[in-house]
Design a protein around this ligand. Structure first.
Ligand code: ADE
Ligand code: ZN
Length: 326
């Protein structure tokens, strides 16, 4: 409890959270009922029982099925509000929220519904929750580059509502370089660029994300440690890495928090922060991730504070806003 209070009191920015990964099972069932959507599980309990994953793909299979409960503007607004409630309660001051438009437009939900719903909550987060927030549109890498380009075209009317683009979904076999053109187009629109790399994929995908996509931040990046030259580059260039400890354990990328490479990443001088990824699925929000780390003596309170400071250094914030938040 003392740790929870300390963690809550440290200002934190969350830079790696998928809004579709924040739908708690009870909320999923409430939305399913409201929209007359049938989920392939009988109850919220049965859905929770399905949260035993072997790897990223086995998680994504559940995650995309649950997103089907989202159909209206109110649904998208409500899940953001529910996430902000939990994040604010854990001391989060700034959020850069990922969303996966293709997981909705692919089911016939118009881009306008996604954007209007998310934006109605994001645009009011300072008033409602005392936190700043922004949106990062992610392309689903397993659907390919042409679908990503089409998604960016559909998003063009809403570019003033997003701060950047990202790349997520099934990583193995989907190297970043295929998305060179759509990331270049996004850059020309003035958007920031991030990419999931080195979660399950090899260190070479991290290099590609930097060189081919111009990624300014790497999501996960834990496998970068397998390549010493890459580690040296990431340290030298102060490339932010958004690490998600509970996610990596639950998706079996690492065996336990004790085995997690975060400590070695800190020792190597990398700009790492702690994030929740898909908190409804992986056992907790960003504060919960920090509390889980603290069970390991490597992550003492001073180290947790450094990790939280790093989250603001890694954020897409102007200096005045950053200074006001920490
Ligand atoms: N989409 C949601 N969570 C993800 C993760 N951890 N990796 C890749 N894509 C995702
Ligand atoms: Zn992620």
């Amino acid at each position: 409890a003392a740790t929870a209070a300390f963690v809550r009191a440290i200002p934190k920015a969350e830079l790696h959270v998928h809004i579709e990964g924040t739908i708690e099972p009870e909320h999923a069932f409430a939305l399913a009922e409201r929209n007359a959507v049938t989920l392939p599980w009988a109850t919220a309990e049965a859905l929770k029982d399905a949260y035993r994953f072997d790897d990223l793909q086995s998680f994504l299979d559940v995650y995309y099925q649950v997103t089907a409960v989202l159909t209206t503007v109110a649904d998208f607004a409500d899940i953001v509000t529910a996430y902000f409630d939990r994040a604010a309660a854990q001391g989060v001051r700034h959020v850069e929220l990922f969303f996966d438009p293709q997981s909705h437009t692919g089911r016939g939900v118009p881009m306008s519904v996604v954007m209007d719903g998310l934006w109605s909550a994001v645009s009011r987060s300072v008033e409602t929750h005392g936190l700043t927030s922004s949106l990062i549109l992610c392309f689903l890498r397993d659907l390919g580059a042409e679908a990503a380009a089409e998604t960016l075209r559909e998003a063009e009317p809403y570019l003033d509502r997003i701060v950047g683009v990202g790349l997520d979904s099934a990583e193995a076999g989907h190297p970043p370089a295929a998305f060179h053109d759509v990331f270049a187009a996004a850059a020309l629109f003035g958007l920031r660029r991030v990419a999931h790399a080195g979660e399950e994929g090899p260190p070479a995908y991290v290099v590609e994300a930097l060189d081919a996509l111009g990624a300014e931040r790497i999501d996960h990046g834990v496998r970068a440690l397998e390549d010493p030259a890459l580690v040296a580059r990431l340290a030298e260039e102060r490339v932010p890495l958004t690490v998600c400890p509970l996610s990596n354990v639950r998706l079996r990328g690492v065996d336990s928090i004790a085995q997690h490479p975060l400590g070695r990443m800190l020792d190597a001088g990398l700009l790492v922060s702690v994030n929740s990824d898909d908190p409804a699925y992986f056992g907790g929000y960003v504060g919960d991730n920090m509390i889980a780390l603290h069970d390991d003596p490597r992550y003492d309170l001073a180290t947790l504070r450094v990790l939280a400071e790093n989250s603001f250094r890694s954020a897409f914030l102007d200096d005045d806003t950053r200074t006001a938040l920490v």
